[in-house]
Design a protein around this ligand. Structure first.
Ligand code: ADE
Length: 286
């Protein structure tokens, strides 16, 4: 396709959308749903297991190689699932949550590699905006722009952002943090006073483990705080279905060759404990 016939391309797409809309029953049901149902996705099975323990009347349902755990949390209908890794996997998971489980809001927790040099292991980032760093449809459209949406960044709604900020601030308060995680474990990972940063997260199908890749990402997108492999894909699907979302990431590594972190032990000792507490603190505000 050449740039010259791009207009035809957009018209062609509009035709597809009109056709699929008239056939789509799931979307219609969703619009008439009134009950609040929260979807919780985690990027690590271990953090999901911990959250599942919070559910009362838990039931499980397996679909498309994913197990969805349903139940009530603080009296609210909730569905918990492991996202699986990468943009496609996470997009498929959140689509199922929206279409099959009729979630009305989505909370995603997981780990991320630090891009901003001020971030330390154990700090937390809440996405204000998310971008897909591997999206590049030039010359059809500008680099990073999502085809057909004319959008480069997906933004978190203010209500969801404020709730997540309160939840994380409460957890990182010294007395709460030390009640949650043993000092020896915090010391082991060099975590003293974890900070919360709110800003841009970049997602893509790549695990960052060398300084050159990290350098070129931050050169191209200087405002990026951290990098991970699912958030912006989940945000895109939520945007397309008008579902509010929150993406919360704990910094697990420096996204370069210095990231010598023991992942399983970081997930076990630190990030899964963070996630459970953050989820509890979010639900307290509902
Ligand atoms: N998630 C956690 N660390 C990451 C990294 N370095 N690159 C991409 N995703 C990550």
């Amino acid at each position: 396709m050449t740039i010259n016939n791009l207009n035809n391309y957009h018209n062609f797409d509009a035709g597809i959308l009109a056709l699929s809309h008239s056939k789509c029953k799931a979307g219609k049901d969703y619009e008439t749903m009134s009950e609040r149902t929260i979807g919780i996705m985690g990027a690590m099975p271990e953090e999901i297991n911990e959250v599942v323990h919070l559910l009362s009347g838990m039931q499980e349902c397996t679909m498309g190689m994913r197990t969805y755990y349903t139940g009530k949390l603080h009296g609210i209908s909730t569905v918990v699932v492991f996202s699986r890794w990468g943009k496609t996997a996470a997009a498929a998971t959140v689509s199922t949550l929206i279409l099959e489980f009729k979630i009305t809001e989505l909370i995603f927790t997981g780990v991320a590699g630090a891009i901003n040099p001020s971030l330390r292991i154990g700090d937390i980032v809440i996405a204000k905006r998310l971008i897909q760093h591997d999206m590049d449809a030039r010359p059809l459209m500008p680099r990073y722009e999502i085809p057909l949406l004319n959008i480069t960044y997906f933004e978190t709604h203010k209500t969801q952002l404020d709730i997540a900020v309160n939840a994380v601030n409460d957890m990182v308060e010294n007395k709460h943090l030390h009640a949650l995680i043993d000092s020896t474990e915090l010391n082991h990972f060099g975590i003293e006073h974890p900070r919360l940063l709110i800003g841009d997260i970049a997602s893509g199908d790549k695990f960052f483990s060398n300084g050159d890749d990290k350098g070129s990402l931050s050169e191209q997108l200087p405002a990026i705080l951290c990098v991970e492999m699912e958030g912006a894909a989940v945000a895109q699907v939520c945007y397309e279905y008008n579902t509010p979302f929150t993406i919360i990431r704990t910094i697990s590594d420096t996204a370069d060759e210095k990231s010598e972190i023991d992942f399983p032990s970081f997930i076990h000792c630190i990030s899964s404990k963070y996630s459970v507490q953050i989820i509890k603190n979010i639900f307290k505000q509902f």
